[in-house]
Ligand binder design. Structure first.
Ligand code: PHE
Length: 341
């Protein structure tokens, strides 16, 4: 039995030392120390021994077991360390490999201009509103004092969704005036940028979709002087100090009096050139004092409150700001053009 134990010890220890995986170690543990294992089998023969031999063999068997367990756990740790090292090697990241360059996009020139406009108005205490491009004709026309029969409601100018001309693509951002009056507390100071749609053929200055920025102020004692002062300030901030403007009388159904504001041509300084079509001035926006009927339709007493509004073409503003000659460049998204801003 002494020999048997010595053999088991030698075999088992060498097997454990050469085990390459945790699974192999487990199998060896079962093979030698398990219930039906080889060491256990030897121990079962203890009964046959003499009482003097029994404790000696018992001690010997315990030593073998202890040595085996120690070897198993040592080899286990070695394998674990080896596996960790392998994983670290496999998952290593070579930080010296050059990266793939990411192509950075840039802001569209029109949105650069819009952000500048927003900044200017936010600085003056205005709130920026966003509204639907699919609009009710009631808000785009009726509530703006352009009732049935008004020429701008014509099917040849407007994209309608239904036979009875109730739902349409908004032709101006002015319905946002109505939406603001219907939902906001007085006094109101808002701008509302967004897309508008008209049945225009595409050319250097026209597109069936373009952008406007609506602006509106309603408070007590608001006058045309406030309108002019505010818009002049905006123009100087956009185009530089000393930029000249001029206000011409005009007509809009929802303002009274109404005007258009021109900016002196940046190219010729007012003398007249191809950019301003010989006029010396470039039209920038329509504006006016909000018609008392429009205030009334929104439940605002025109005896107590007054207001002004304007609607500015955003493409036109960006074209002037960046000296872009053709409106189509703004929408074609040719990277060679966009990269310049
Ligand atoms: N909505 C008008 C247009 O599209 C512009 C405008 C807005 C005029 C507000 C006066 C007041 O031409």
């Amino acid at each position: 039995m002494r020999e048997q134990l010595a053999n088991i010890r030698a075999q088992a220890l060498s097997a454990v030392e050469s085990a390459g995986t945790a699974a192999e170690l487990d199998a060896l543990r079962v093979q030698y120390l398990g219930k039906k294992g080889e060491l256990t089998a030897v121990l079962k023969q203890m009964g046959k021994l003499s009482p003097e031999e029994r404790p000696v063999m018992g001690q010997l068997a315990n030593d073998v077991r202890a040595a085996l367990e120690e070897a198993l756990s040592r080899q286990g740790s070695i394998l674990e360390a080896r596996a960790l090292e392998q994983r670290l090697r496999d998952e290593a990241v070579d930080v010296t490999v050059p990266g793939k360059p990411v192509k950075l996009g840039r802001r569209h020139p029109m949105y650069i201009a819009l952000d500048e406009i927003k900044d200017i108005f936010i600085g003056m205490g205005f709130t920026v509103l966003d509204g639907p491009e699919i609009e009710l004709a009631e808000l785009n026309f009726d509530r703006l004092n352009a009732g049935e029969g008004h020429p701008s409601r014509d099917w040849s100018d407007t994209f309608y969704f239904d036979e009875d001309s109730r739902v349409m693509l908004r032709s101006q951002t002015s319905p946002m005036q109505v939406r603001a009056m219907d939902t906001m507390e007085l006094p109101i100071r808002i701008i509302a940028p967004g897309r508008v749609y008209r049945k225009d053929e595409v050319d250097a200055t026209h597109s069936p979709m373009f952008h406007q920025v609506e602006g509106m102020v309603i408070d007590k004692n608001v006058t045309m002087a406030d309108l002019k002062g505010t818009l002049n300030t905006v123009v100087e901030k956009l185009y530089g100090k000393g930029t000249k403007t001029r206000f011409r009388p005009h007509h809009f159904p929802f303002t009274e009096p109404s005007c258009e504001m021109d900016v002196q041509c940046h190219k010729c300084g007012g003398v007249g050139c191809p950019t301003c079509k010989g006029e010396g001035w470039i039209e920038l926006l329509g504006a006016g004092m909000i018609h008392p009927k429009v205030l009334q339709m929104s439940g605002i007493d025109p005896e107590v409150y007054s207001g002004w509004a304007f609607g500015m073409g955003l493409e036109r503003t960006a074209m002037r700001r960046f000296k872009i000659a053709d409106l189509r460049l703004i929408f074609e998204n040719d990277v060679r053009f966009l990269e310049q801003f």
